[in-house]
Design a binder for this molecule. Structure first.
Ligand SMILES: C[S@@+](CC[C@H](N)C(=O)[O-])C[C@H]1O[C@@H](n2cnc3c(N)ncnc32)[C@H](O)[C@@H]1O
Length: 278
């Protein structure tokens, strides 16, 4: 079954494709310290609820004061994102790219906000994601990363069932420390509750069941249901107690505080030079 079709069906009823509630996402956006007319980058943007809300909040009526770039590899997600942006922030200068986020090379220091929620594999891990995002923002800019963490040591049965590796995620502390290691300042860490996790996981069960009812002749239905059943057992047996999720907000140091982050104005990194960060 096509990977993105599976993801589209199972996340059909999700506004946000990670275990964060709408209320918490709004709270986080309200806490972002962005100046007027910000420029934002969102990698693995999904249906774009985050960047569209940022445009609504900071871009003024119809989003005219907002500029941004959103990149996602799924054609289903980018279609949703374009439709959302057109109806809610029609005047925003939002570029939607259907591509592998790892292939997007922003000029250093060219954004006020750079984010990646639930897509750290794009860059090969959480620390690498923070490295990419930190380079993309200006001094004083904001970095937002949504990342799982181990609540406790994952057991062998869970790892075997899920195919996850124990070193795939860190602890909550290690997720924050990864930002510090990238010379970012930890500003916020909003951890999802069990309720937010349950909603995120179980909406997938319902979406798959609804799809199967409505499309009995789709040859992908058997695989869809079997994969969702597998993941339901994984979540209920182990994942619910073992895996956490948080949105981490970091600040890029300003020049005054001894920052070494390159900016678009640096002679050796500007002149339109895109950074190859991998
Ligand atoms: C867990 S979802 C998160 C979506 C969105 N950030 C959100 O929180 O609502 C992961 C997203 O990563 C996208 N994705 C997966 N691999 C990607 C890649 N190599 N480059 C860009 N996007 C990718 C998927 O299409 C999906 O939309």
């Amino acid at each position: 079954m096509d990977r993105w079709k599976f993801y589209d069906i199972t996340h059909r009823d999700h506004l946000i494709c990670n275990p964060t509630s709408v209320a918490k996402l709004d709270e986080l956006i309200g806490l972002l310290d962005l100046g007027p007319e910000p420029r934002a980058l969102d990698i693995a943007s999904g249906k774009g609820e985050f960047i569209v809300r940022v445009a609504e909040r900071f871009g003024g009526p119809s989003g005219a004061g907002f500029r941004g770039v959103a990149a996602d590899i799924s054609p289903y997600c980018t279609a949703d994102l374009r439709a959302r942006a057109a109806s809610r922030v029609p005047s925003a200068a939002l570029e939607v790219l259907e591509m592998d986020g790892a292939e997007y090379h922003p000029a250093a220091g060219s954004f006020d906000l750079a984010s990646c929620m639930g897509g750290s594999w794009v860059f090969g891990g959480h620390r690498e994601t923070l490295h990419f995002l930190a380079r993309a923002v200006k001094p004083g800019g904001a970095v937002v990363a949504g990342q799982p963490f181990w609540r406790k040591e994952p057991g062998a049965e869970f790892l075997a069932w899920s195919g996850l590796k124990s070193d795939q995620f860190g602890s909550h502390l290690e997720n924050v420390e990864a930002g510090e290691a990238e010379e970012l300042v930890p500003l916020l860490a909003l951890v999802s509750s069990g309720d937010e996790w349950d909603r995120y996981e179980t909406l997938q069960w319902r979406a798959a069941a609804r799809y199967a009812d409505a499309h009995p002749d789709d040859p992908d239905v058997a695989e869809l249901i079997s994969r969702v059943e597998h993941s339901r057992r994984e979540y209920l047996n182990w994942g619910r107690d073992t895996l956490g999720w948080a949105l981490y907000v970091f600040g890029a140091r300003s020049r005054k505080s001894g920052d070494r982050t390159a900016t678009a104005a640096d002679p050796d990194t500007s002149a339109g030079a895109d950074l190859a960060l991998t």
